[in-house]
Each structure stands twice: as C-alpha cells, then as structure tokens.
Design a protein around this ligand. Structure first.
Ligand code: PMV
Length: 335
C-alpha cells in the first residue's frame, strides 16, 4: 500500500519526436537512449481511502496545477488497471532541474509508474511497466531500463514498449552542459504536436529514422564509438530541424547551445572524441567514452567558463522498495 521508487533520466541518441496517437502516446518512430546515473527522481505512493482527491506533493509542497492534473490522470489509470477506486498520496522529488530538457519527465513517470503500480498491488513485468510509464511521458518508457534502451514504436498500447539493448559494446558517458536550468518555454507535448501538424520536415524525419536506428544498433553492436557519436549528433540536429520548420517555429536552442556545439566540434578537431545531443531545451549533452569524461568536462569548462558541467555515467533501471522491504530492479541494470 506504500511503495517508493527511484528512477533515472535517459537521453536519446535516436530521438522520439512526434506522436501517432496522442492519447496512448504511440510515437511516430522508435527511439534509443542511454539511462544516466545522475539526477534521479524519488517517488513514494501511499494509498488513501475512497472518494478523497489525490494528494500530489513535489519537494513537500503541492505540485503546480497542470503537472498535478497529469499525475492525477495517471493515478486514475493505474487505479483502473488494479480495479481500485482508492486515491493516493504522491510525494516526489527530483535531484536535478525540472522541465529543463534534462529528462525529468522520463525519470518522473518511470518512478511514478513503478511506485504507483506497486502501491496499488499490480505485479507488472518490466515490459508492462514500460508500457505504463509510456502513458505518462513517452521517454519514461525507456527509463525503466538501465544502460542503452530501445523503445519500439509499435502501433498500439500492447506493442509500444521499451526494452534493454543487450548487445551494445561501448562504454559511454555524457557530460551535461547546463546552459539554462529554467523550465522550457513550450512543452515537448505541444512542440511535437506543432511539428507533426505543420512542419514540412516532419515526413522526412519520420522516413529516415528507421534507417538511422538500424545503423545505430549495428554501430553499438560493433562497438564503433565514432559511428555511434556521429549518428547521435546528426539525429539531434535533424530533430531540431524538423521543429524549426514548424509554424510558428519551435526553437529550444540558444546562443549558449550553439557555443557548446562549436566547443564540442573543437574537441574533436583536437583529437578528443565527443558528440553533442540536445532535447527540448537549450542544454547540450556531450556523448564521450566513459574513461574520457573528465577530460571532456575540463575542456568544455574552459571553453565555456560560465556553464556548469556534470559528468553522467551510464545508470541503472528503476528500483522499487515497498513497505514489506522487498527491493527489486528491472533487468538491464549493471552495465
Ligand atoms: O517524453 P517527452 O514527452 O518528455 O518527450 C521527450 C522528447 C525528447 O526528449 C526531445 C527526445 C527523447 O527521445 O527523449
């Protein structure tokens, strides 16, 4: 009846951008990500009686209304799956910035899915948990798993889930460049909708992604870090190109983002292999070999003195502990 879950953000190397089904969150294309070992979300869900509203707290105070409404709808869905009309109390906190394009919704809904399903007494497989997390935020489907995970787009609720990539042979990390930790100006949900509905570049984005994903999976299998990096960086740029083509345009990247893209290219020219990726915000995440992360961080910090940089090794899948003191973690953890 009470369960606590800890989940970590993930950053996509092949991006999810655009939904085919808004209600079920079925994406236009499959995506592939690396779960990180920094900025976890910790969420506790306890069941209350029937008929009272859900109580939703973030860092000890009521969550802002729009976000709380999304969490409440998610809890109603979990209650329906469990055949329960009891409401719940949710207490959540993010170790990192919220809503800044640093995947707080991924760690947030992965932790909520795991804690709520456990509190409501559902015994879900990792795949079922991934499908449930997807209903809160698409990218959360991937944070159920540690290391590299692929979210198969599928075409309905049953076939759209993430799973671990268990044949990846690279030891990668990310260096997060915090250009701006403030909340994004437009939600990814709204920005995706606008891209799908108005951007002439949405169709080519959708058409080219399966080929890019296949190249990425092959490069991971062969342990070809250079190819993994090159595909990642161009995939991020193509996603931003698709949204820049929307009407009105969606632009998350700022002058600070562009300066970091230049700095990353300069590192490569100097022989340090690093590749940039950016999501629904101005922050730039630099993919590098795990052993070279400190050197990449130091080089970026001297190129962009005002920016904070955080090394993020590969992280674990979601873990749940409940009142019976049973802890368990989804597969794909230690990598
Ligand atoms: O899951 P959402 O709705 O927060 O969308 C995330 C979209 C990107 O972060 C930009 C890309 C991705 O695949 O994570």
């Amino acid at each position: 009846m009470t369960a606590t879950a800890v989940a970590y953000p993930n950053i996509a190397l092949i991006k999810y951008w655009g939904k085919r089904d808004e209600a079920l969150i079925i994406p236009q294309t499959s995506s592939l990500s690396l779960t990180l070992a920094v900025y976890p979300t910790t969420t506790t869900v306890s069941l209350l009686g029937e008929g009272s509203p859900h109580e939703i707290l973030q860092d000890g105070t009521p969550m802002p209304e729009a976000a709380a409404a999304k969490v409440a709808r998610f809890l109603d869905h979990v209650g329906e799956l469990a055949g329960s009309v009891r409401s719940a109390r949710v207490e959540t906190s993010n170790a990192g910035p919220t809503g800044a394009g640093l995947a707080s919704s991924a760690s947030g809904f992965a932790a909520l899915a795991a804690a709520a399903s456990s509190a409501y007494g559902l015994d879900l497989s990792p795949r079922e948990l991934s499908r449930l997390a997807r209903r809160g935020s698409g990218s959360a489907s991937r944070s159920i798993f540690g290391g590299f995970a692929v979210w198969n787009a599928g075409n309905d609720d049953l076939s759209s889930y993430a799973e671990p990539v268990d044949d990846a042979h690279i030891d990668a990390a990310m260096v997060l460049g915090i250009v701006n930790a403030g909340a994004k100006p437009i939600s990814s949900r709204e920005a995706m909708r606008r891209t799908v509905e108005t951007s002439p570049y949405n169709a080519p984005w959708v058409e080219t992604n399966p080929g890019e994903l296949a190249l990425m999976r092959d490069a991971l299998r062969r342990g070809d870090f250079t190819e993994v990096g090159e595909i990642s960086e161009r995939n991020a740029l193509r996603m931003h190109a698709a949204m820049l083509g929307a009407v009105p345009p969606v632009r998350y990247l700022t002058a600070g983002s562009m300066a970091l893209l230049d700095a990353v290219a300069e590192l490569r020219r100097g022989g340090l292999e690093a590749y940039a990726t950016m999501d629904a915000g101005p922050n730039v995440k630099t993919l590098c070999r795990a052993a070279e992360a400190p050197a990449v961080r130091d080089a970026l910090a001297s190129a962009a003195p005002g920016t904070e940089f955080v090394i993020a090794p590969a992280g674990p899948g979601v873990a749940v502990s409940n009142a019976d003191a049973q802890a368990d973690a989804a597969p794909g953890v230690a990598r």
